[in-house]
Ligand binder design. Structure first.
Ligand SMILES: [Zn+2]
Length: 478
């Protein structure tokens, strides 16, 4: 309680009245521009670490070039803007305070022109220039203080708690409807100033509507979790474009071909090389291991950890990378953290560097089991914990997961590859159905239609670049 109050007063001390660059009005904000930038940079590091960037310099440079050109047309060109593509299959984009903007490879693979990309980036730039992100982070901080999320004493536990719940929470907060409308307007203006055809923004909204109908899974929630009603926004944008008297839209650029060529070979959907579940069993081909989770638990594969949460959400199990510290030293460091005490319970049958423990957190005392061990030259940590008193109930599940860790040796599992996009230049006009029969995809026809921005039954013209999805089938475990 005292810690919370202290944190709140520190925040209030930082409070400043900042002039809104768009309206010129001074508005109450908890963060100055410098604070806004440093909060954003810190959050950007967390995002990069927990989700990971797409390892494709060509794609990263392309997106950054388009983003920087648009940001230069904005009201805050002096901000340290950055535009990066996350290696995540969900259809998403978001802005952090002070300039970092992230889009996923999932949204990239669903778009069909540079102008559509400009529509997404322009909208996100709008959130930053109008300081929506700064206001949002302010609310996120206050919410965090109120709920005590991710504020467990032990840094190790905090790391897990954060990954499990609050870590990316700041992206989940919705901006108000007015903020969304304002960002759409701003995005449209930046697009026009950079000579992109604003009608491509309509294609973006159409795609988002269709994604909403067939929600796909992924590590991140989709853009639709924070941006509802793409249909309404499409209508509003249509009216705005109709009101652009005197602009000859046909002279503006869409840059379809260079954009589509960029997508050649880009992974599509989940990348199983970063780990995947088959039932309750988790396989990680790159790190060469497998691990079983209890049946019925909700699981999540993060960059730094793979986690399971009990059906009642009162116990957490996970495996995380613990770095280059030898297991003995890592266990000692874990048990000597402030607020953590080892419990004298026997650990036979578990790895040699294992211990039961109790830890005091702001949510109360927790009890659990941890083990550190070496695999492939890296130290790993297994951790299971629950509220004090519940440990006897969860101990068998913790032990079953801890002892299920195995080296992955099945060559079929080790060699698994993601599905990828392949671009086909049509030798003649054909229907989408004919395209799908002649150039088969490992994705169904409806999905091929969606990612190409067409509908089944449409005829595609000769010379058109069309996406197909190749590879990505998962082997059945032996
Ligand atoms: Zn938005």
């Amino acid at each position: 309680m005292t810690r919370r109050l202290l944190a709140l007063s520190l925040l209030l001390a930082l409070a400043a009245c900042v002039r809104n660059p768009l309206t010129g009005k001074r508005q109450f904000s908890l963060v100055s521009t410098q604070e806004e930038i440093s909060i954003g940079q810190q959050a950007a590091k967390d995002v990069q670490q927990s989700i990971g960037l797409l390892p494709n310099p060509q794609v990263q440079e392309y997106v950054a070039r388009v983003g920087k050109e648009l940001a230069a047309k904005s009201e805050r060109p002096e901000l340290p803007w950055s535009f990066q593509v996350l290696d995540d299959p969900t259809v998403n984009a978001f802005a952090l305070p002070g300039g970092p903007i992230f889009i996923t490879r999932g949204i990239l693979t669903h778009m069909n022109s540079e102008a559509e990309l400009a529509a997404v980036l322009g909208h996100e730039i709008g959130h930053v220039t109008a300081r929506h992100s700064a206001d949002q982070i302010t609310r996120a901080q206050v919410a965090q203080l109120g709920l005590g999320l991710g504020s467990v004493l032990s840094p190790d536990l905090a790391k897990y708690g954060e990954l499990a719940s609050a870590g990316l929470g700041l992206m989940l907060l919705k901006y108000g409807r007015n903020a969304e409308t304002q960002s759409d307007e701003l995005g449209l203006r930046y697009m026009l100033d950079a000579r992109y055809d604003p009608r491509e923004m309509l294609d973006l909204f159409r795609m988002l509507s269709r994604v909403q109908e067939g929600q796909e899974g992924g590590r991140l929630p989709t853009w639709l979790a924070t941006h509802p009603n793409p249909g309404d926004r499409l209508n509003e944008t249509q009216k705005r474009i109709a009101g652009l008297g005197g602009v000859d839209l046909s002279t503006l650029r869409t840059e379809q071909v260079p954009y589509l060529r960029l997508l050649q070979g880009v992974p599509y959907g989940e990348n199983p090389r970063q780990g995947f579940f088959q039932g309750t069993r988790f396989f990680h081909p790159e790190l060469r291991f497998q691990l079983d989770f209890p049946a019925g638990w909700k699981t999540a594969n993060q960059t730094q950890a793979v986690l399971g949460v009990s059906p009642k959400q009162d116990a957490l199990l996970g495996l995380a990378l613990a770095g280059n510290v030898p297991p003995e030293q890592a266990l000692r460091q874990f048990l000597t953290q402030q607020g953590v005490q080892p419990l004298p319970v026997a650990t036979e049958g578990l790895p040699p560097q294992a211990s039961y423990f109790q830890a005091n957190t702001e949510q109360g005392a927790v009890q659990g089991l941890t083990a550190f061990f070496s695999h492939g030259g890296t130290t790993y940590q297994l951790l299971g914990y629950t509220a004090a008193g519940q440990l006897p109930a969860y101990d068998p599940a913790f032990r079953a997961t801890f002892t299920s860790f195995r080296e992955l040796t099945d060559p079929a599992m080790l060699g698994v590859q993601p599905a990828r996009l392949e671009l086909v230049t049509l030798p003649e006009a054909m229907t989408l159905e004919r395209f799908h029969a002649r150039y088969p995809s490992t994705a169904p026809l409806e999905e091929v239609a969606l990612i190409n921005g067409v509908t089944p039954g449409d005829t595609l013209p000769a010379g058109q670049l069309v996406k197909r999805v190749v590879g990505g089938a998962l082997p059945t475990p032996r």
